[in-house]
Design a binder for this molecule. Structure first.
Ligand SMILES: NC(=O)C1=CN([C@@H]2O[C@H](COP(=O)(O)OP(=O)(O)OC[C@H]3O[C@@H](n4cnc5c(N)ncnc54)[C@H](OP(=O)(O)O)[C@@H]3O)[C@@H](O)[C@H]2O)C=CC1
Ligand SMILES: O=C(O)[C@@H]1CCC=N1
Length: 268
């Protein structure tokens, strides 16, 4: 399967790394990227073909993945539109609705909107996909295969849910890194070395997520197992509740979903 990425930034790089790790040939991947430094890095690190401009030779592909910022998508779609024949168009842009993208592509409706996340870089991503009704099942499968090389996938049939997905898992790695930063800072303040702080914070996040993923019990039950009566965890969780940490996280995720809707409303 030949794949062209338009935009070769953070997320395209994560997806390309995932595809190559899964055995996809670099010869079958092209990237259109207007930044010369980014092109050089992609060619050196991943041996993919790169193009500075969108043109017919760049989109000789089965699938074109649109990986530019939401605000850059309209211009890219308008330039891409005359070059489309039967290619599947996969967008990873936050907020931009599949129907809007189809309108920018002059009604071309072979469009799948997706929301991956950066752990795609190591094949540990999760991606939600939404297809316009016109997309046939072999092309749905193609989109799924590309994103599966970056981790697990799920389809949503109601596009409105993509805003929720964006807020939870698209932006989600940033929340996890934020929590890791806080754990490491506390560890340093408590006298641990930075190497120890890093090891303790990361192994704890990793181990807890693995435990939760492999357990039939929910997170609240697993949390209760750590929380001895009158012990240290109880004291910490009390402090978090007093500070409204859980409510703040929930409200932050709502804010991210609202931003996704706002982007969708603004970019039509
Ligand atoms: N980062 C993340 O965690 C996630 C991002 N996304 C989505 O992925 C998309 C890309 O995000 P991200 O990778 O972080 O962004 P980046 O800014 O890192 O990457 C976009 C790249 O595309 C380049 N570009 C812009 N316009 C063109 C063009 N016309 N032709 C060729 N190249 C172009 C940009 O160059 P320049 O900077 O010079 O404009 C930039 O290098 C966004 O729509 C975002 O919503 C989705 C899930 C997760
Ligand atoms: O912050 C953003 O808008 C993008 C979409 C999800 C993750 N990064």
């Amino acid at each position: 399967m030949r794949i062209t990425f338009i935009g070769g930034g953070n997320m395209a790089t994560a997806l390309i790394a995932g595809l190559l790790r899964q055995g996809h040939s670099a010869r079958q991947i092209s990237v259109v990227e207007h930044n010369a430094e980014a092109r050089a890095r992609l060619a050196a690190d991943y041996q993919v073909s790169t193009y500075a401009e969108l043109g017919p030779e760049a989109v000789i592909a089965d699938t074109v993945v649109l990986a530019v910022k939401p605000q850059q998508l309209k211009g890219v779609a308008q330039a891409l539109s005359p070059l489309l024949a039967t290619q599947l168009v996969v967008s990873i842009a936050a907020g931009v609705r599949a129907r809007t993208l189809s309108a920018w592509l002059m009604g071309y409706s072979n469009v799948v909107r997706t929301m991956p996340n950066t752990p795609a870089m190591i094949g540990a991503g999760v991606t939600a996909l939404y297809a316009l009704p016109a997309v046939q099942s072999p092309q749905r499968q193609m989109a799924e295969d590309i994103l599966k090389s970056a981790g697990s996938v799920l389809w949503v049939e109601d596009e409105a849910l993509m805003d929720a997905v964006t807020a939870v898992s698209g932006s989600g790695p940033a929340y996890v890194f934020y929590f890791i930063e806080a754990m490491q800072q506390a560890a340093l303040e408590l006298g641990l070395s930075s190497a120890a702080a890093r090891q303790l914070a990361l192994e704890t996040m990793l181990g807890s997520a693995q435990l939760a993923a492999g357990s039939p019990e929910d997170a609240a039950t697993l949390r209760a197992r750590v929380t001895s009566k009158a012990g240290t965890t109880e004291r910490a969780l009390q402090r978090m509740d007093e500070a409204g940490v859980k409510a703040a996280i929930i409200s932050a995720i709502h804010a991210a979903a609202e931003r996704s809707i706002e982007l969708g409303d603004a970019l039509q």
